[in-house]
Design a protein around this ligand. Structure first.
Ligand code: GDP
Ligand code: MG
Length: 166
């Protein structure tokens, strides 16, 4: 089993922290270069029964000019070509225009999308339930997985769920 997994999410939601945890500090930091229009491999996780290639997909945002428009196209094509999209959000932050915009893009692809709600160590369980309900109404995610990338809660479970769709 192997596959390409695109992680998308706003800055600071915890993408690098997640990769550091699952792949190891060295690799994630080594490839943490400034964003380009191209997708970059952030790390490869090799398990006994599966291989996961995690790629960063910059450019998913509301385009303000022509270059932004081009980058959006590149990003959107990537989403169509990967095996899975992980859409990571911060449990501490509300749902905004940025999230709405990305969810609209998901309507144009057939790739499965997992919603990964990170930083659950920072919110009350009731708050988390509200976030889950809100996102459920917005898009038919294949899975909704609350995690704490920092503390490791549910990260193993997420990897199992990823493995299941490869
Ligand atoms: P990125 O920009 O999406 O790659 O986000 P980073 O991985 O750089 O994380 C941004 C900040 O959020 C850092 O200070 C992390 O330590 C913090 N962070 C990441 N995951 C968690 C989490 O699960 N819980 C908490 N409390 N902080 C987190
Ligand atoms: Mg990062």
């Amino acid at each position: 089993k192997s596959g390409f997994i695109s992680i998308i999410g706003r800055p600071n939601v915890g993408k690098s922290t997640f990769l550091n945890r699952v792949i190891g500090q060295k690799i994630a930091i080594m490839s943490d270069k400034p964003q380009t229009t191209r997708n970059k491999i952030q790390g490869v996780l090799t398990l006994s029964d599966a291989q996961m290639v995690f790629i960063d997909t910059p450019g998913i945002h509301k385009p303000k000019h022509k270059l932004g428009d081009f980058m959006m196209k590149v990003a959107q094509n990537t989403l169509k070509e990967v095996d899975l999209v992980l859409f990571m959000v911060n449990a501490e932050e509300g749902f905004g225009r940025g999230e709405e915009f990305i969810l609209e893009k998901f309507q144009t692809i057939n790739t499965p999308v997992f919603l990964v709600i990170n930083k659950i160590d920072q919110v009350h369980p009731d708050e988390l339930l509200q976030i889950i309900e809100l996102y459920k109404e917005k898009y038919a995610f294949q899975e909704i997985v609350p995690i704490s990338a920092l503390e490791g809660n549910n990260v193993e479970r997420l990897l199992e769920q990823i493995k299941a769709i490869l």
